[in-house]
Design a protein. Structure first.
Length: 94
């Protein structure tokens, strides 16, 4: 007889087994971008994606790009704090 498990635990095991946690974190980052960095940066963000622990951010404003460049390390800290684990190593602005 199999032991019953809570649905939350079964979903967590499936995510681990199929190694989906990174993709789920990427999707969450994109969805929560405004909440994490603020409305002004989010408004000027055109494209956002993660590749090999590097966050690529494409912006439509050189002014916002320059401002964000000054606080990249703070944004990395905020992102990693949001996910409660090291998720992003660096940010590349385009």
């Amino acid at each position: 007889m199999q032991q019953e498990k809570p649905l939350k635990e079964v979903i967590r095991q499936l995510i681990e087994y199929y190694r989906l946690d990174r993709k789920l974190n990427e999707a969450t980052l994109i969805e929560k971008w405004e909440e994490i960095v603020g409305k002004m940066i989010a408004i000027h963000t055109i494209k956002l994606y993660v590749d090999k622990r590097v966050l690529y951010v494409e912006l439509d404003s050189s002014i916002v790009r320059n401002e964000l460049n000054l606080i990249k390390s703070e944004i990395v800290k905020r992102l990693n704090s949001y996910f409660n684990k090291p998720f992003i190593d660096k940010i590349i602005l385009k």
